[in-house]
Design a protein around this ligand. Structure first.
Ligand code: SF4
Length: 299
């Protein structure tokens, strides 16, 4: 199932947003209910080119943006996609702010049914840090309130994934973000945290100077928090080459990038972890090379 852009506008202006400026600036008419249904029905009848990303992925349907929840037809669309993909994993990527209204959170989770995952990024452990990255004052408290409401209103078969997207502007805050999550959400079930290295796309590429971070630095921050990470019920790592992670953290690493977005250096050929490793993000390898990688001879 493909990535479906549900809405192209967003009420955050995150410095590391992977969306292209042209996507954000375009008119939004094509994302309204009628057009969305027409496009998805054509996809279901075999027209794979209806969507640009992950059209061949059969595992899940990813609802993306912009901020999907800002679409005036959002609840109707969620109900429609759920009805047309029964039993399939439905994933919603959101900045979480609309979920700060309990009525909206309850309605969205009811419409998403199961299996349904809501994915929300948290950018810092304080309002000052988070809001300087989202570039919207008040977004930290709204996102935290949204995360709480998702935890309160979700049902069995529904998951909350809290993403910590690491770049130069927040990597030193990583430990404090983990402590905040443990403090605020340990009492809830059915959620996980994910740490990932940011992707070099869209606005993130434009802001490269402010964001640039080597994988060995973000992996170093993750490695130094291994004891804290063990306290989470579920924790995942995306976009980290296994050779940069402590041995005990490697089982938490997932390959979430499509083959065309991954790069393996020639030296990876002699590495015993090659088959289970994400390698480098292709764009990262172009910008920073593969000098950080250390092929392993034994596990
Ligand atoms: S050397 Fe290559 S294959 Fe081996 S762990 Fe590192 S990135 Fe992965």
């Amino acid at each position: 199932m493909p990535d479906i852009p549900v809405w192209n506008k967003c009420d955050n202006l995150c410095v590391m947003c992977a969306n292209e400026p042209a996507f954000v600036r375009a008119p939004s008419g094509r994302y309204l209910l009628k057009s969305q249904i027409k496009r998805f029905e054509s996809y279901l009848s075999g027209f794979k080119a209806a969507y640009a990303k992950n059209a061949d992925n059969c595992a899940a349907l990813n609802l993306t943006g912009g901020e999907p929840a800002l679409n005036p037809d959002f609840l109707k669309l969620l109900t429609y996609f759920r009805k047309r993909t029964p039993g399939r994993e439905l994933t919603l990527l959101s900045n979480g702010r609309c979920f700060s209204a309990a009525v909206f959170a309850a309605a969205a989770l009811k419409a998403g049914k199961a299996p349904f995952a809501v994915v929300v990024a948290l950018h810092g452990s304080t309002a000052a840090r988070h809001d300087s990255i989202s570039r919207v004052p008040g977004s930290f408290s709204a996102t935290l309130a949204g995360l709480r409401n998702i935890c309160i209103h979700k049902s069995p078969g529904q998951t909350l994934e809290i993403r910590l997207v690491l770049h130069r502007r927040n990597v030193k805050d990583f430990e404090n973000i983990l402590l905040l999550l443990l403090r605020e959400f340990s009492g809830f079930k059915g959620w996980r945290a994910v740490a990932l290295h940011y992707e070099l796309e869209g606005r993130a590429l434009k802001n490269l100077k402010a964001l640039a971070l080597r994988l060995k630095t973000s992996a170093g921050a993750v490695n130094s928090c291994a004891a804290l990470i063990r306290r989470f019920k579920e924790f995942r790592l995306y976009h980290f080459p296994l050779c940069l992670l402590k041995k005990e953290l490697r089982p938490l690493a997932w390959i979430t990038l499509p083959t065309e977005d991954r790069f393996y250096a020639r030296k990876c050929g002699g590495c015993v972890l090659r088959a289970s490793c994400v390698g480098l993000m292709a764009r990262y390898s172009i910008r920073f090379g593969s000098g950080e990688l250390r092929p392993l001879k034994t596990i």
